[in-house]
Design a protein around this ligand. Structure first.
Ligand code: BDR
Ligand code: CA
Length: 310
């Protein structure tokens, strides 16, 4: 089967790096472009990290295009305490030699979807500012995208606040635009990604992966959280990519999702109603992950990438 063509909008970010590695290594996906947004760390760092990853992993021909530095209407927030000052935990990849593509991420998204209607999947694993800007400029991307998926939101509890997940909380107005655009958002949120823990046995496999392990995976995962036999950090963003590779890994349910933008304590909450009554759903919401098959897929792909890098 021909690989699924994807654009990854991201804010690398430790788990973004793990997700990009998975997307690059999977024969089921073809990355047409990476677009960056300020989020986990500032835009200069997220873009710099995407450029470094592109060369380290070995796909220098794929364009990396920078987008918005911060939210549409709010003061930028970051998650440097989780991802490290530079965004990739303890990983220190070599400086990139190639520059980003000229232009804005939102325009890259529009032009790439316009060029191949119905063929390209857009996946966003950072704050939704670039996607919202693309929708405001060209609402027809809703029809042109083959599929639109995010890592973000939660129908139970948040991580940025008790109510809100980071990618939505970082730019709730953008998220409200994205969920209200008239397409179906596949929302792979914390309810799914909190099941994807890099536990001791996973990390042990990464130790056998040569430079990919020692220079990227391990310094990322070990910085990200304590690893024990049955606990470890959640590799959130990789779940959205794994879903695109094999949708049977994640159970999804149709829902109406609204984003809270006005709440004093709940800003960025993805208020999820599985009771559709007679309303059409605007989202397919992930509810559970097949954890053993997820890690089986991810680690096999990483082993292939490791083999190529040496
Ligand atoms: C999301 O927030 C970011 O910190 C991660 O990269 C991920 O996209 C998880 O809430
Ligand atoms: Ca991210």
């Amino acid at each position: 089967m021909a690989p699924k063509k994807i654009i990854i909008d991201c804010d690398p970010g430790i788990d973004d790096a793990l997700a990009i590695t998975l997307a690059h290594g999977s024969p089921a996906l073809e990355i047409l472009g990476i677009t960056t947004v300020g989020g986990n760390v500032n835009l200069a760092y997220t873009t710099g990290n995407a450029l470094r990853l592109r060369e380290f992993l070995g796909f220098p021909g794929v364009p990396v295009t920078a987008g918005s530095a911060g939210a549409l209407m709010r003061t930028p927030v970051d998650a440097a305490e989780v991802h490290g000052e530079l965004g990739l935990g303890g990983a220190r990849l070599p400086e990139a030699t190639l520059p980003p593509r000229e232009g804005h991420a939102a325009d890259f998204i529009i032009e790439t979807l316009r060029a191949a209607p119905g063929e390209v999947t857009l996946v966003a694993i950072g704050p939704l500012t670039n996607v919202a800007l693309a929708l405001l400029k060209e609402p027809r991307i809703v029809d042109w995208a083959r599929e639109f998926a995010i890592l973000g939101g939660s129908y139970t509890r948040g991580n940025f606040s008790p109510a809100a997940e980071f990618n939505i909380a970082a730019d709730p107005e953008a998220a409200a635009i994205v969920f209200g655009a008239g397409w179906t958002v596949t929302m792979i949120g914390l309810d799914v990604s909190r099941q994807a823990l890099a536990v001791g046995s996973v990390v042990d496999r990464m130790r056998e992966m040569g430079r990919l392990g020692t220079e990227l995976l391990l310094p990322c995962v070990e910085f990200y959280g304590m690893v024990t036999a049955d606990e470890g950090p959640a590799v959130h963003d990789a779940c959205a990519i794994a879903y695109l590779i094999d949708p049977t890994l994640v159970a999804v349910k149709p829902a109406v999702v609204r984003v809270e933008t006005a709440g004093r304590y709940t800003s960025g909450m993805t208020v999820t109603d599985f009771n559709l009554a007679d309303r059409p759903p605007n989202a397919l919401v992930g509810t559970s992950l097949d954890v053993p098959r997820f890690w089986d897929l991810v680690l096999k792909v990483y082993e292939d990438v490791a083999h190529r890098i040496g």
